[in-house]
Design a protein around this ligand. Structure first.
Ligand code: IVH
Length: 669
């Protein structure tokens, strides 16, 4: 290949990876590999200046522009940092800085938070604008969404400059990320690969209420402006902390390379205990005067550098690919590997996601493949060691038929996944639907778990969810692995499930895209299964947060006779098919309490809070009186109410505290 061909190929490749990373939020190679390719291209381009191209990936810092947001220019360009991966590189940088400055200097070591960067503009102490990085020159105005992030102050306190900009990272804490993915799994929505993608995806949502619900967090790490309070980075950030910003307390002031390396060493393992993802450290020269002297290259400051942790990766053999069938028929390809040790666990299987990912990797059976865990929950295959291929095995394609029932698979044009359409005849789909139906958040039938369902299904006692209500104790008791006692327990659990409220029955039906939250919204809006079954597309999408795909899926479901018949059978067995007019409280946490709601909230709407109060046995009262048990107070609670509450000595409970009460189901007077 000529250098020109090499350059073109690398540019194409990097452009594609940039697009996957910044636009689709779904990278297919690790940062390490990306950086290596980018460096290779940089070297080739500087050796061959005749092939300069202003549109080369080396000439820009990525783009996450989104047509739906207004784009605004950054006052100061948002540069990225040069990356290093070894102590040797860090030592080289330290040496370079030392030589250029020719005087003593301090280095501030910080954690490199792995989220999505944001620029915040404050004027006279109030947040004016929040802009994403975009291409570094212009970004998306996401102010409305950022306002919902609780750790970002809307109004500052203390002695702040009249105008300044502060930059930081928006993050989704691990616990929130895991909860979100569990919810998405239940709703059969694609999972986020890591908290970074989840945070940037959330920040670009059109619905800021949903953003608020997602529980994003933020750390601020860079103050910019004409009139900053101090002459060094560290003190400026401590000042910013005093105005109300969340600044990391893992920052350390170092005066020698040894101290810097000790910091790296310490946090390399300690970071695993943090509530948010980090992917390295950032080292910054402290003095602003020295920063200015060191200056910038075209893309990054010379006064700062990032040290990135290597994503933990292992290399092992691909033995075979098998296919799993989910309850809605989605086929997931799984790589079966020679067992290999990776980040403390033995990995034998890795997800291959879908046919496009397999094709992109050009996988062959017997290949040595790289497996990474990084921030991801399920290990994934990120590449093939082509040089290790001695004999080339069979190319991995994608199965054409269902591995469980042999039915030819289907794939919608605009979807990545293949499906087995044999809903009523494919065993894992039938069993999966029943498992979902009896699960805790659906009908919550004690005693009926995965194994018992399989046993009853294999013995011909269960074919679909309505059969559950026709199970007879003697038939079950006869099965060797069950016995009379378990059979009675199951029957009691089944009887109790007839009281489960309509919203959960709707969730239990397993309609595609109708997860727990969607089911609650539909049950609240339509109040009965008959009204929902009769709803038109327009009526469905008129419900807040119900979009096209959910609406279409609900219509498809009720258009099928077999589903209507199933519902009639369930109704005949006494399941709740409408929202009770005087919906009985599900819990008693707030029994006998009279609660007033005031102000605006971040996590739920006022109506949702009213419903939560009722669901927990409390009463919603309109105005504050001596009988008020407490006020659930959001932001900007009316001053009159506040005054009255003070006079009457009524307790004020904020949103977080209230959610704590609900979560722990305990209220102490
Ligand atoms: S300072 C000019 N500090 O890493 C200096 N960046 O590749 C600007 N990041 O775009 C950045 N933690 O999104 C800085 N403590 C930290 C950081 C940090 C994470 C991100 C940031 C930036 C990227 C640099």
């Amino acid at each position: 290949m000529t250098p020109q061909e090499q350059i073109t190929q690398l540019r194409d490749e990097l452009n594609r990876h940039n697009y996957n990373y910044y636009v689709l939020n779904s990278p297919t190679i690790s940062d390490f590999e990306f950086d290596a390719k980018l460096r290779e291209l940089q070297q080739l381009e500087s050796a061959h200046p005749e092939f300069f191209d202003p549109n080369s990936p080396t000439q820009r810092v990525g783009s996450d522009l989104n047509a739906a947001f207004v784009q605004v220019a950054h006052r100061y360009p948002m540069l990225s940092l040069a990356n290093t991966y070894s102590a040797g590189d860090v030592a080289d940088w330290y040496e370079r800085v030392s030589r250029s400055l020719g005087e003593p200097f301090e280095v501030i070591c910080e954690l490199k938070y792995d989220g999505t960067s944001i620029s915040l503009i404050y004027e006279n102490g109030t947040l004016q604008q929040a802009v994403t990085r975009g291409d570094g020159i212009r970004g998306d105005d996401v102010t409305a969404n950022v306002r919902t992030i609780r750790s970002i102050p809307l109004q500052l306190h203390g002695d702040f400059p009249a105008q300044f900009e502060i930059r930081g990272e928006i993050l989704m804490p691990w616990t929130v990320f895991e909860r979100l993915n569990r919810e998405r799994e239940a709703q059969e929505e694609p999972l986020f690969a890591n908290p970074r993608n989840a945070a940037s995806g959330t920040l670009k949502m059109q619905n800021s209420a949903e953003v608020a619900r997602r529980g994003l967090d933020a750390y601020l790490y860079y103050l910019l402006g004409e009139a900053l309070p101090c002459d060094n980075h560290y003190d400026n950030l401590q000042q910013a902390a005093s105005w109300g910003f969340k600044v990391s307390d893992a920052m350390k002031r170092c005066t020698s390379l040894q101290e810097v390396l000790a910091y790296i060493n310490y946090w390399d393992s300690e970071r695993k205990r943090l509530p948010v993802a980090t992917d390295g450290m950032v080292l910054k020269v402290n003095s602003l005067r020295q920063q200015k002297n060191l200056g910038y290259t075209a893309k990054s400051p010379r006064w700062a550098i990032a040290y990135k942790f290597q994503a933990e990766r292992a290399c092992t053999r691909l033995n075979s690919v098998s296919y799993q069938v989910g309850r809605t028929g989605v086929i997931t390809p799984v790589a079966n590997l020679d067992p290999v040790q990776l980040s403390g666990t033995v990995v034998k299987r890795a997800s291959l996601h879908n046919a496009d990912i397999i094709a992109g990797l050009d996988l062959h059976i017997g290949d040595m493949v790289y497996v990474e865990k990084g921030g991801e929950i399920i290990p994934k295959i990120t590449g093939v060691d082509v040089d290790a291929r001695l004999l080339i095995g069979d190319k991995v394609g994608f199965t054409k038929t269902c591995p469980e029932c042999g039915t030819p698979l289907v794939r919608d044009d605009d979807e990545a996944a293949h499906y087995c359409p044999n809903e009523d005849g494919c065993p894992p789909q039938i069993k999966g639907k029943m498992e979902h139906f009896v699960s805790r958040k659906a009908m919550n039938i004690d005693g009926l778990g995965e194994e018992t369902i399989a046993l009853l299904y294999d013995n011909g006692l269960l074919h679909n969810v309505a059969d559950i209500y026709e199970l007879r104790v003697p038939d079950m008791a006869r099965l060797e692995r069950l016995g009379a006692k378990s059979a009675h327990n199951i029957k009691n659990g089944i009887e109790a499930s007839k009281q489960v409220p309509f919203a959960r029955v709707l969730f239990a039906l397993g309609i595609r895209y109708v997860g727990e939250t969607v089911a609650k919204k539909l049950a609240g809006a339509f109040r009965s299964i008959d009204a929902l079954a009769a709803a038109t597309y327009d009526q469905l999408i008129a419900v807040p947060d119900i979009g096209e795909s959910i609406a279409q899926s609900v219509l498809n479901y009720f258009a099928q006779d077999k589903h209507r018949q199933l519902i009639e059978r369930l109704r005949a067995h006494g399941l709740q098919m409408e929202t009770a007019a005087d919906a009985q409280p599900t819990f008693t946490t707030l029994q006998g309490l009279s609660i007033v709601i005031s102000g605006v909230f971040a996590h739920h709407s006022r109506d949702e809070y009213k419903a939560i109060i009722e669901q927990h046995g409390g009463k919603n009262a309109g105005s504050v009186s001596g009988a008020t048990s407490f006020i659930l107070a959001g932001d900007n609670m009316g001053p009159a109410k506040l005054e009255k509450a003070r006079k009457l000595g009524v307790r004020i409970v904020d949103e977080e505290e209230f959610l704590q009460i609900i979560e722990t189901k305990s209220y102490q007077q």
